[in-house]
Design a protein around this ligand. Structure first.
Ligand code: ZN
Ligand code: ZN
Ligand code: ZN
Length: 462
């Protein structure tokens, strides 16, 4: 097998035959010590030709040499088990791994491509080959003549230059794309609403059609999407059978995947996609609402020359409501048939159970209570307390203006009963500087008997 490979590759592998690409300068630091003990640092510069290393020699197939001293062991214990981690100790010699410059030092390989990549990025922002012929391709297909295409979408694939009408047609189902128009030698942003794109609400209306009885929403209607802040022309739907009132606007918006900041005459919405993205980023990347909104703002206009509507406060409201509703949704509250299904949530119902905590009947052996005393520690209740929680997140102006959304539903107890409890101990002298470790029996078991154990540690205090 190895002969075949060698015969077919007399000149070495062809995949890695890189031509010399370019030169780069390498700067070297040399530290020398003079006779008086002083250290001197000198800098020298040399030129390095960027090229691939010579092809690696073709390796022979692995030869397997067994250690004679182990033969007795294997003959006594049967066949040799396959264990790739153990090949070295079994005496199997592996060929050295091949080395490639592009894998070992990818930045060095890339240095020679910088100029071309810079040019390509500049070209991508410009018109490319459309600067020689910017005829609208959609008009050509429809036999509408050679109309000049000056509009380009930053989010559609293809970067085609279209006329205003064709650009609007293409974005009936993509109303939150960012479109630019080539004017006076550069691209400038233009709102799709100015091209005539209308977001028609109502499940019975196909994109691009209008409801005869619908009304235009507020002229300052803003939609926050993952790619920026959009001024949108939207219309409600009022075509319902006689005797049935039209659906509330906020419900129409929700059914269109637009999350309104308020149920009453909303002027700001976030797309569901945006809300999911922020929820994920805040959990995984610790991105705050402030930084996320600023990113949206700069993604819409990074020059500061366009006056954008400020919907930051509306966005923080959106984020808080979305998170709360997600918690209620994941708690399965939507399946409760009662009309007040959310308010009927029981204390602690939305908390996610700790999988590591032993719970009788769930992840403990049936005879856990019969454990001998010397092993009873396995089921002791161990509580670790950490006082570094970010309680400032619970600071608010007043409960009347900023009400608790889920009192006692998850990890915090209901504040009202908690304050009543605290009243009983208000005059008690405080013990300072001690951590309290408690060992107690599980409910229903005798004191001193083995108990269910729970160790909950929140080392990060969040
Ligand atoms: Zn056209
Ligand atoms: Zn588009
Ligand atoms: Zn309608």
């Amino acid at each position: 097998m190895s002969r075949k490979r060698k015969a077919g590759n007399d000149n070495g592998p062809t995949m890695y035959k890189h031509e010399p690409r370019a030169k780069a300068r390498a700067h070297n630091l040399t530290v020398s010590t003079a006779s008086n003990g002083q250290q001197r640092v000198s800098v020298s510069t040399s030129t390095v030709i960027l090229q691939a290393p010579p092809p690696s020699p073709i390796c022979d197939p692995p030869s397997i040499d067994f250690d004679d001293s182990r033969n007795d062991f294997w003959s006594e214990n049967g066949a040799i088990p396959f264990n790739p981690d153990n090949m070295e100790t079994m005496g199997i010699k592996l060929p050295p791994a091949k080395r490639y410059q592009n894998s070992d030092a990818p930045l060095v390989s890339w240095l020679g491509f910088r100029n071309i990549q810079l040019d390509e990025r500049m070209r991508y922002e410009g018109r490319g080959n459309k600067m020689f012929d910017s005829t609208c391709p959609d008009c050509l297909i429809k036999n509408l003549g050679r109309n000049e295409g000056t509009y380009r979408c930053e989010d559609c694939y293809g970067r085609e230059m279209l006329c205003a009408g064709c650009c609007a047609n293409r974005h009936r189902t993509l109303p939150f794309h960012r479109v630019k128009v080539w004017k006076e030698g550069y691209f400038r942003p233009v709102a799709l609403r100015d091209l005539g794109v209308i977001v028609q609400l109502g499940e019975n209306h196909a994109p691009g059609t209008l409801c005869l009885f619908g009304l235009d929403l507020n002229k300052d209607f803003i939609v926050l999407h993952t790619n920026g802040i959009h001024s949108v022309r939207a219309r409600s739907c009022s075509c319902t059978p006689p005797g049935i009132p039209p659906l509330d606007l906020y419900q129409q918006l929700l059914r269109a995947g637009l999350y309104p900041a308020t149920p009453f005459d909303p002027k700001t919405c976030g797309t569901f996609e945006l809300m999911r993205l922020f929820h994920m980023l805040s959990l995984q990347g610790r991105v705050s609402a402030y930084h996320f909104y600023n990113s949206l703002r700069y993604n819409t206009d990074n020059t500061g020359t366009v006056k954008l509507p400020d919907r930051y406060r509306a966005f923080t409201l959106l984020a808080r409501k979305w998170r709360h509703e997600a918690m209620v949704k994941r708690g399965g509250r939507a399946y409760d048939p009662r009309p007040d299904r959310v308010e009927a949530t029981a204390p602690g119902e939305l908390a996610v159970l700790c999988r590591a905590c032993p719970v009788p009947g769930m992840n403990l052996p049936d005879d856990w209570q019969d454990t001998p005393p010397e092993r009873a520690f396995i089921y002791w209740l161990s509580l670790a307390k950490d006082a570094c929680f970010r309680f400032k997140n619970r600071l608010r102006s007043s409960d009347a203006k900023d009400p608790t959304l889920g009192p006692g539903w998850a990890y915090f107890v209901d504040h009202g009963p908690y304050l009543e409890h605290c009243k009983s101990y208000a005059t008690e002298e405080e013990v300072i500087g001690h951590l309290v470790w408690a060992e107690s029996a599980a409910p229903g078991s005798n004191a001193g008997a083995p108990t269910a154990s729970e160790t909950c540690r929140r080392a990060r205090g969040e």
